[in-house]
Design a binder for this molecule. Structure first.
Ligand SMILES: Nc1ncnc2c1ncn2[C@@H]1O[C@H](COP(=O)(O)OP(=O)(O)OP(=O)(O)O)[C@@H](O)[C@H]1O
Ligand SMILES: [Mg+2]
Length: 513
């Protein structure tokens, strides 16, 4: 089993070892099953197995019960005997307890290292989905990103995007000449959505230092792959944020990693838990992109494993790409359940020993109908596999142990402090301030001028309208912050060099949308 991850025992009396071939582990996979059937433990033993094989893993901990991977199992644990019996049954002779190298991450920065990205890297398509924008609103967001590109305004955090939107709103008339009508109501709607996102903790996701992908692709000195665990229990309160973040990460990986063809083992294995959230009322365009990313990311050596209660939660085009399958029991109460079960069964290569459909209904907890890719990437005949017990701790790690793991991780201290670099918000603010002081300086200068010269200048500046000093001051005061910024930026627009900000996949692969 050198070249595979040990899954459990199949065949007669569960005595035949079943493994997931590392060479085909980048051809993706599926872990499915009703609640309580063993999905989480399967995820745990897969993570352990990949780590042992030197493959880094990324997974999200939706219920907070996977953090135990960082600690060893124990002989005093209530399931010790059950685990040992199970190990003996499947011929898992060198079964023992051990802890695994884990890096904890947390979008909220509480239960792990903060994980951030920038607004620019997330890009307009994913942001629009995150903010649940209408098509018209998404159009405005696209204009805002275009302007930021042209102006060289870095969009790092939500404050930057807010400042830019204020500016877009106030200059909609000028901008309309280039981009078509921009409705105030739509700009306002986006701003309100941004506020909601902020309240959900979204503000924490955006900013710097942004996550470096190499930090989730580490191998320890002892050769084991690091298991990156994203705390997602609180995040599940904002399912959109959760799904969009994972999708962003996947697309970044796709964008940044070099082609490696078909490596002996994956460079990273990515588990997408609660995968249905990704596809729930997702527009077809988005599903197409996910399908595209899944198809192409393979050659970058990344295996993606979707975890969901029912395989029918996953669009067919994507399901068809998931070569390695672990199907725990499905319930069959209703006619619809039975139909879905039959459809699920039809996607497997039958085993003459049993009916796939019956097996999916009958398998016990911690048992599954499995089919792994074999030689030449052909799906293997379906097996009834008793899944191996975990070596790490089942259930959550103690909070103090967790803290210890966080403090001693290879990235400890790297992401903890937010750095507020000069970006769109600061630049626009500075420009507006400069515009205001320039105007003031000009006025002061004018005050020293002879009257006739002053009137001449005033006439020139205000195109024919004779302006006295006092009214010019009133005009300036009424010039809002945003308008002042607008004037500055509009002036510079004409001289733009078209400088583009670096942007992730959502600006390139997703560009043609
Ligand atoms: N491979 C296994 N070896 C030993 N025990 C297992 C195994 N798989 C599952 N179990 C037992 O079954 C319990 C439930 O499994 P698990 O938590 O993985 O279910 P689940 O499908 O993730 O449920 P949910 O949908 O509620 O999250 C475990 O706590 C454990 O006691
Ligand atoms: Mg679970």
């Amino acid at each position: 089993m050198e070249d595979s991850v040990f899954i459990g025992g199949g065949g007669e009396n569960y005595a035949v070892k079943q493994g997931l071939t590392l060479k085909y582990a980048n051809r993706h996979g599926l872990v499915a099953g009703a609640t309580g059937t063993g999905k989480s433990v399967t995820l745990q033993i897969l993570a352990e197995g990949f780590s042992k094989a030197g493959v880094p893993v990324f997974l999200s901990d939706v219920k907070g019960d996977l953090s135990g991977i960082a600690a060893a199992g124990s002989e005093t644990f209530k399931l010790h005997q059950a685990f040992s019996d199970r190990a003996a049954k499947i011929g898992f002779d060198d079964y023992g307890y051990e802890a695994f190298p884990v890096t904890f991450w947390d979008l909220l920065g509480e239960q792990g290292h903060p994980v951030r990205t920038t607004v620019a890297e997330m890009g307009p398509l994913l942001l629009a989905r995150l903010l649940e924008l209408s098509e018209a609103q998404e159009g405005i967001l696209n204009i805002a990103f275009r302007l930021a590109d042209e102006q060289g305004l870095p969009l790092l955090d939500l404050k930057d995007l807010q400042a830019l939107l204020v500016w877009v709103g106030e200059n909609r008339k000028d901008l309309a000449l280039r981009y078509g009508a921009i409705s105030v109501a739509s700009v306002g709607a986006i701003q309100r959505r941004l506020l909601i996102l902020e309240n959900q903790g979204g503000a924490k996701l955006f900013g710097e230092p942004a996550l470096e992908l190499t930090d989730i692709m580490m191998t320890d000195a002892d050769g084991r792959g690091r298991i990156n665990i994203l705390a997602a229990d609180k995040l599940m309160g904002s399912p959109r944020l959760y799904a969009t973040f994972l999708l962003w990460l996947l697309s970044e990986l796709f964008e940044e990693l070099p082609e490696v063809g078909d490596p002996d083992k994956p460079k990273l294995v990515f588990f997408f838990d609660e995968a249905h959230l990704l596809f729930e009322d997702a527009p077809k365009a988005l599903v197409d992109k996910v399908e595209q990313v899944a198809r192409l990311i393979r050659s970058k050596g990344v295996g993606v494993y979707f975890i969901s209660q029912n395989p029918s939660d996953i669009p067919e085009d994507i399901l068809g790409q998931l070569g390695n399958r672990i199907q725990h029991a499905l319930r069959a109460f209703t006619a619809r359940d039975r139909k879905q079960l039959r459809l699920a069964a039809e996607t497997y290569r039958d085993n003459p020993r049993f009916s796939t459909e019956d097996a999916i209904r009958e398998v016990g907890v911690g048992e599954a109908v499995t089919s792994m890719l074999m030689k030449k990437g052909v799906p293997g005949i379906v097996e009834r596999t008793l899944i191996r017990p975990p070596s790490s701790k089942l259930g959550p790690i103690d909070p103090s142990d967790r803290k210890q793991v966080i403090n001693t991780s290879p990235v400890a201290g790297k992401y903890e402090t937010l750095k507020d670099r000069r970006s769109a918000y600061e630049i626009l603010k500075q420009r507006a301030e400069k515009a205001a002081t320039d105007a003031e300086a000009l006025e002061a200068q004018e005050e020293d001028m002879p009257v006739h010269e002053r009137e001449f200048n005033a006439g020139r500046r205000y195109s024919g309208t004779r302006v006295t000093r006092s009214t010019s001051r009133t005009t300036r005061k009424q010039d809002s912050f945003g308008e002042a910024m607008g004037k500055m930026v509009m002036k510079e627009l004409s001289g733009t060099t078209g400088r583009k900000l670096v942007r992730g996949i959502l600006g390139s692969l997703f560009k043609g949308r």
